[in-house]
Write a protein that binds this ligand. Structure first.
Ligand code: SF4
Length: 372
């Protein structure tokens, strides 16, 4: 990296990153204020190359959104519905099993399953479904539930402490938990965009306990709504601190708010620009020096911008997905699925080596790493 090509405010940060030092919150604020997007991307690529070399990964997975019926009414969410609403739905467990059976024939290694906070589905419905999915293929990783779903299961459905709930879910087949529901951690922002959802500390506690049980999870950030750069830095700092403590996060997946389907209070906010999305990904890569992987979520970015993000610190393009509902109900215009071939092609064209990965970001071709 040629320091003379960087804007002056970026040079001290580049020096820190080159020497392997951690950047501060103040540095992150300088990055968010800088207009030198290419310079930020160059610095992010130093971290990406150090951690991941020239490989970029993707996973062969399928999404399942088992029900959108939800007790909460987050302002940004077009997916959640009350039981009485016309677009409310609930998949039957045999339908989910049949869908996953079919996806297994197409080579998936993971299902990614989340839903709303359903008021009446009994605990045995969740446990039986996990067992039935597990029985389809013991190697299939069932990555399921956001932190708020797990708290809902613990408090209202199983009526068990958090740790015991996670143990129960694990014993019945849960392989990894998803990073959703993190939104932006600042409580004032949460009160405006997702009132009633778990606090940042409650979100972190679910992941902390899961990590203590030997589990792994991803983490996310929903940005581009009413938050400021300082809120984003606060969010990244909390994730970095928790990762220092547990080491259990495998990857970070930031995505931009989709305004089209949002409730009136958030509707007039323009969608984040590609410039902002690339900048946020690159800053995340620089700041989160202890998280192995940064995902360019093509569902939100679109595949062309996700491909460009591979030059802005990103080393993973998520997966085939096969049927995405949450972003599309919110108005996303991106496709609902990708083939493995299209993800490989995008990675190759960006000058990286494509590699299929598993749910823990281990390269499928690399069998040296023991399972967590
Ligand atoms: S974001 Fe999740 S918790 Fe909030 S309303 Fe939508 S489905 Fe419910």
């Amino acid at each position: 990296m040629n320091a003379r090509l960087l804007a002056p405010e970026l040079r001290p940060i580049a020096d820190k990153v080159r020497s392997g030092a951690r950047i501060s919150d103040e540095d992150a604020m300088v990055l968010y204020a800088s207009r030198d997007l290419n310079g930020i991307g160059r610095i992010a690529n130093v971290v990406r190359e150090r951690i991941n070399g020239n490989v970029a990964t993707f996973i062969h997975n399928r999404y399942i959104n088992y029900s959108n019926i939800c007790l909460l009414s987050c302002q940004f969410c077009a997916f959640g519905a009350k039981k009485r609403e016309e677009h409310a739905y609930e998949m039957a467990a045999p339908e989910i099993v049949a869908t996953v059976r079919e996806a297994l024939l197409q080579g998936i290694t993971e299902i990614h399953m989340v839903g709303g906070l359903h008021p009446t589905l009994p605990g045995e419905w969740y446990l039986g479904l996990l067992r039935d999915l597990r029985a389809l293929d013991p190697d299939l990783v069932i990555k399921a539930f956001t932190a708020v779903e797990i708290r809902h299961l613990a408090d209202r459905i199983f009526k068990l402490p958090l740790r015991e709930t996670l143990i129960l879910l694990k014993e019945n087949g849960l392989g990894a938990i998803t990073g959703g529901g993190a939104e932006i951690f600042d409580q004032e922002i949460r009160d405006k965009i997702c009132k009633g959802k778990e606090t940042a500390d409650e979100w972190a506690e679910v992941h902390r306990v899961w990590h203590q049980l030997g589990g792994r999870s991803t983490c996310t950030m929903l940005y581009g709504h009413i938050e400021t750069a300082a809120h984003r830095v606060d969010h990244l700092r909390r994730l970095r601190e928790l990762q220092d403590e547990t080491g259990g996060f495998t990857g970070f997946i930031p995505f931009a708010f989709e305004p089209d389907g949002a409730r009136p209070a958030l509707k007039d906010i323009p969608h984040a620009t590609a410039h902002e999305e690339l900048r946020n990904l690159a800053i995340s890569r620089i700041y989160l020096d202890n998280i192995g992987h940064i995902t360019g979520y093509w569902i939100s970015l679109g595949l062309p911008a996700a491909q460009v993000s591979l030059s802005f610190g990103v080393d993973d393009l998520h997966g085939t997905i096969m049927e995405e509902k949450i972003f599309h109900m919110a108005g996303a215009h991106t496709p609902q699925q990708q083939t493995a071939a299209s993800l490989e092609k995008a990675i190759l064209a960006a000058g990286r080596i494509p590699m299929q990965r598993d749910s823990f970001y281990r390269r499928i071709a690399d069998t040296q790493t023991p399972a967590p």
